[in-house]
Each structure stands twice: as structure tokens, then as C-alpha cells.
Design a protein around this ligand. Structure first.
Ligand SMILES: Nc1nc(=O)c2c([nH]1)NC[C@@H]1CN(c3ccc(C(=O)N[C@@H](CCC(=O)O)C(=O)O)cc3)CN21
Ligand SMILES: CC(C)C(=O)C(=O)O
Ligand SMILES: [Mg+2]
Length: 263
């Protein structure tokens, strides 16, 4: 029997130099496939605003939408740790608001942890949430909820700031940190400096683990993909072919044949 991945198993993997695998998922059927693959961590990302809802950025995503998707994912997972991504303005107003909303991910949606964006600026939030017994993953570098402040989805290169953010979120009690959109050499230095596991996206090969958006790496999106995405499958092409075949079969009267009929 394989048991649920915990923060302790992830620490152990970093110690042993074993790579941590992570992907996003937003619903039951995909989460079933990802969990069955043996992956350690599934993030129910607020990227669902862009990937599933077709919006321009992640800012409009609400707590209720995140809880709805997170519950679908946790229902499907036997071994993977499920991390709920705290949406924009669900943890910025006050520490009470942050703790209440983080708690909802565990209490109402069955998540094992939450993630929130920011470095030194959100350390008081990380402390408050972790003190409530909720494992918190930090997220520094390219933080999509600050898209307007960053002037777009831009690679972050301020090494001193990135290193300080990483050290401070670790001290505040984060069990792991996502490094997004930063040069590989900086991610390598941070990974070596920290005792908590780093999970990279667009941060090179030297992180303790990697995460990608599921719909990007499976080729479900036909939108522009960031440079760091490798397409490991072309599901869009497979689905388009199936749809074309169905339309042709129905139009020609070739479907349904007698084997698909009730007699
Ligand atoms: N489908 C999807 N995949 C993601 O990886 C993702 C999302 N959505 N939504 C939330 C954020 C936004 N992300 C993004 C989006 C665009 C770029 C991008 O186009 N970057 C430029 C680099 C710009 C620079 O050099 O500063 C690129 O060309 O890769 C990067 C990360 C990552 N996240
Ligand atoms: C890209 C990952 C780290 C994320 O925050 C998301 O999918 O929302
Ligand atoms: Mg996110």
C-alpha cells in the first residue's frame, strides 16, 4: 500500500537528493490520472482562471471557485499531497482573513496544504497560517498575482532580493517554496542555501523538484506557451482528430452501427 505524501516525506526526498515531481490539476478525471502516475504533489493552481476559465490572468479567481476545484481533486487523490493555491485577495487584507481562508482549503475541500505568493512581504501571513497548523508553501520570483506591479509575466533577476525572500519564507515556517521564472543559477544557489525543498517552474534543473501546468505539458492548451514549457504529449491533436472522426461518421451515417443500438 502506498501512503499519502506528507511534508516529512518531501523533506526526506530533499535530504536523499530525490527529485520531487509536481503538476497542477483542476478536476477529478485529470487528478485521478496524475495521482495514479505516482507524482508526489498536485497543486490546484489559481492558473485555472487562465487554463480552465479562459481569463487573461489569475486575478479574478475567487475562494469559492478554488474550493470547488480543490474538492474535486482531493476526492481523486490517494497518494499525492494536494496543495490549494490561495487566490488573489484571499490573504492580503488581514491575518485573520488569511488564516480563515487557508483553513477553508483543509476543512471544506480536503487539501493537505496551501500555497500563497510573496516573499519577505508575506512572512507575517505565513507565520499566522503555519501557527494554525496549516502547512504553507511559499511562492517567490515571478508571482502572477502581482502581474500589474511587475508590468507583465517577467523573469525576476534581482538575486539579493530573491535570496532574502527565500531565506525569510523558510524562517517564517513555509514547508516548501515554489521558485517561478528566475534564472537557473540563482535558483541553484537558493536551493543549496535552504533546508526546505524548492519546486521550480521556469527556474532551471537544480531545484529540488519541478512543477508545470498540466494542460501546458499535455498539450491541451492551444494558447502561447512560456519558454519553460515542454510539451510531453499532444492531447489537443488527439482530441481534434477524435472530434473530426465523430463528425464525419455521423454526417455519413457510419455511426452508430448496429453494435451501438438497442434491439
Ligand atoms: N497555462 C499557464 N501556464 C503557466 O505556467 C502559468 C499560467 N498559465 N498562469 C499563471 C502563471 C503565468 N505564467 C507565465 C505566463 C507567461 C510567461 C511568459 O510568457 N514569459 C516570457 C518571458 C518574459 C521574460 O523574459 O521576462 C516567455 O517568453 O517565456 C511566463 C509565466 C506561469 N503560470
Ligand atoms: C504555476 C504554479 C506554481 C501556480 O501557482 C499555478 O498553477 O497557479
Ligand atoms: Mg498560482
Amino acid at each position: 500500500m502506498t501512503s499519502k505524501i506528507t511534508t516529512t516525506s518531501l523533506f526526506q526526498m530533499k535530504k536523499e537528493g530525490k527529485k520531487i515531481t509536481a503538476l497542477t490539476a483542476y478536476d477529478y478525471p485529470f487528478a485521478r490520472m496524475v495521482d495514479a502516475s505516482g507524482i508526489e504533489m498536485i497543486l490546484v493552481g489559481d492558473s485555472l482562471g487562465m487554463v480552465v476559465q479562459g481569463k487573461e490572468n489569475t486575478l479574478p479567481v475567487t475562494m469559492d471557485e478554488m474550493l470547488y476545484h480543490t474538492a474535486m481533486v482531493t476526492r481523486a487523490c490517494e497518494t499525492a499531497m494536494v496543495v490549494g493555491d490561495m487566490p488573489f485577495m484571499s490573504y492580503q487584507s488581514s491575518l485573520d482573513q488569511a488564516v480563515d481562508n487557508a483553513g477553508r482549503f483543509l476543512k471544506e475541500a480536503g487539501a493537505g496544504a496551501v500555497k500563497l505568493e510573496g516573499g519577505a512581504d508575506v512572512c507575517d501571513v505565513i507565520k499566522a497560517v503555519a501557527s494554525a497548523g496549516i502547512p504553507v508553501q511559499a511562492h517567490i520570483g515571478l508571482t502572477p498575482q502581482s502581474v500589474h506591479q511587475m508590468g507583465g509575466f517577467k523573469v525576476q533577476r534581482d538575486e539579493d532580493r530573491l535570496m532574502a525572500d527565500a531565506m525569510e519564507v523558510q524562517s517564517a515556517g513555509a514547508f516548501s517554496v515554489v521558485l517561478e521564472g528566475i534564472p537557473s543559477p540563482i535558483a541553484e544557489k537558493i536551493t543549496k542555501a535552504l533546508t526546505i525543498p524548492t519546486i521550480g517552474i521556469g527556474a532551471g534543473a537544480h531545484c529540488d523538484g519541478q512543477i508545470l501546468v498540466l494542460h501546458d505539458m499535455l498539450g491541451i492548451n492551444d494558447r502561447h506557451l512560456p519558454k519553460f514549457v515542454k510539451k510531453f504529449a499532444d492531447v489537443h491533436a488527439v482530441a481534434a482528430k477524435g472530434l473530426e472522426d465523430y463528425l464525419n461518421a455521423v454526417r455519413k451515417g457510419e455511426f452508430p452501427t448496429s453494435e451501438f443500438e438497442y434491439k
